[in-house]
Design a protein around this ligand. Structure first.
Ligand code: PHE
Length: 445
């Protein structure tokens, strides 16, 4: 069987499409708001540069050398103890878990694209009512759009790397950048732009505690799609002799730039027309639509375009979240693509129903434990535990397990003088940082 491969630009766009997702446009602004802005943003940026970039290269390298699904890649690259290391590849499961809530949120976005066409809430209170009514009592609307998202994602995955994933990204990523770029330029002409800059970049270190720190590190992983085999699976279909460093650079750059652009734009609109930097997951669904309302008909256009861009970002990430396990069943169990895509899709679709129910009045009581409902637990568990753990495993695997000469053969010509710094960071800096994050999560420190 001839294996379909990404073109070079296709790979960069697909990996960037994976990285740029709801994490950048929905999650990043609201957690930045929640943890006080500037200081949090700086911790996140530092993690992206110091740790994220080097793990991005490491994760690409495992896929690039392994050339197979994540589990097999770990297996063939471990010189000894294959049966132990292959479990590193099961990080791909994290993607399916993330999809449980990710697809539900994409569903909300679909719903907002449709309703923003003809109506926007006049006040924040009204917007809040619309959102919470959907969230707490409208099970069927959520189910309908969640199902639509499941169908779209499964359809693309079934079409494979070239005709599905690459094509989707070649179309949606440029559109996304044009929409956000255009809205950002408009935002820079508004008076409130400087307030947004100040909010995002002026650090108030008193707002950073160990929880904020852990969330910032976890988010850096989440937003770069690291630690769960998405990037690895894509890199397995990369042409030989491609530069991993260049690709990693572009992915990290685009991801960070889009998060900052989206954040600045949203906060500008919120300062200018709305209620200031709102907090919580409702930010883009509550405060933002009310701010758009103030802009008149332009607001409607902006709202539709914005939610479209958000949906594009979400869909390109979704396919990368599911593809590792699809690839796993194709490679290891010789499943057809159709069967693997439908089976994985059904998994997140089904559990997604419980994520919806965990917000619905009358059902949520049964799906809430320790102050978090099922939806929030999946989010917390994947972003704060599974992804850092996956990153830790990958750093150790490339740093200590794959024979050094194999790593050097590929990476030294690309990294040149920076090779030693990269290798050192993988072996010592990243594992220690990840370990501290985990201890603090477990409440040990
Ligand atoms: N990076 C995506 C986002 O920011 C989410 C994601 C995480 C995608 C892990 C793939 C793997 O929304």
């Amino acid at each position: 069987m001839k294996i379909a491969r990404f073109s070079r630009i296709g790979f960069i766009l697909a990996a960037a499409g994976s990285a740029v997702g709801l994490g950048n446009i929905w999650k990043f602004p609201y957690i930045a708001g929640e943890y006080g802005g500037g200081a949090f943003v700086l911790v996140y940026l530092a993690t992206v540069l110091l740790i994220g970039f080097s793990i991005m290269i490491a994760e690409m390298l495992i896929g690039y050398l392994g050339r197979r699904d994540t589990v097999t890649s770990f297996e063939v690259l471990a010189p000894r103890h294959k049966n132990f290391w292959k479990y590193g590849g099961f990080q791909g499961l994290a993607g399916l878990f993330i999809m449980i809530f990710y697809s539900v949120v994409i569903g909300w976005i679909f719903n907002y694209i449709v309703t923003s066409l003809y109506t926007l809430p006049a006040t924040v209170n009204e917007a809040e009512k619309t959102f919470t009514t959907m969230l707490h009592s409208d099970f069927f609307t959520q189910l309908f759009y969640h199902t639509l998202s499941f169908i779209g994602i499964t359809y693309v995955l079934n079409r494979g790397i070239k005709g599905g994933i690459e094509k989707l990204n070649l179309i949606l990523m440029p559109l996304l950048m044009i929409i956000l770029g255009g809205m950002f330029i408009y935002a820079t002409t508004l008076g409130a732009f400087s307030q947004a800059v100040e909010f995002m970049f002026a650090p108030d270190w008193s707002k950073i505690d160990s929880e904020a720190f852990v969330i910032a590190v976890g988010h850096a992983f989440f937003t770069l799609s690291l630690g769960m085999g998405a990037i690895m699976t894509y890199a397995a279909s990369l042409e030989k002799d491609s530069s991993l460093v260049k690709a990693a650079f572009w992915v990290v750059f685009l991801d960070t730039a889009i998060a900052i652009v989206a954040g600045l734009m949203l906060f500008t609109f919120l300062y200018q027309y709305g209620s200031g930097p709102a907090k919580g997951p409702g930010l883009v669904f509550i405060s933002l639509p009310a701010a758009f309302y103030e802009m008149g008909i332009l607001g409607n256009i902006f709202a539709v375009l914005f939610f479209l861009a958000l949906a594009f970002a979400g869909l390109t990430s979704s396919v990368s979240l599911v593809e590792p396990m699809v690839q796993y069943f194709i490679d290891r169990f010789s499943w057809s693509r159709l069967r693997a895509a439908v089976a994985m899709g059904t998994f997140f679709w089904f559990l997604g129903i419980f994520a919806i129910l965990s917000n619905i009045d009358g059902a949520k009581e049964y799906l809430t434990w320790g102050g978090k409902n099922f939806f929030d637990w999946v989010d917390y568990f994947t972003a704060a535990i599974m992804l850092p753990l996956g990153g830790l495993i990958m750093a150790i695997f490339v740093g200590f397990i794959i024979p050094r000469n194999e790593v050097e053969k590929v990476m030294r010509p690309q990294l040149k003088w920076a090779f030693n710094a990269w290798y050192f960071s993988l072996r010592y800096v990243t594992p220690v940082a990840m370990f501290v994050v985990m201890l603090s999560l477990m409440g040990v420190i």
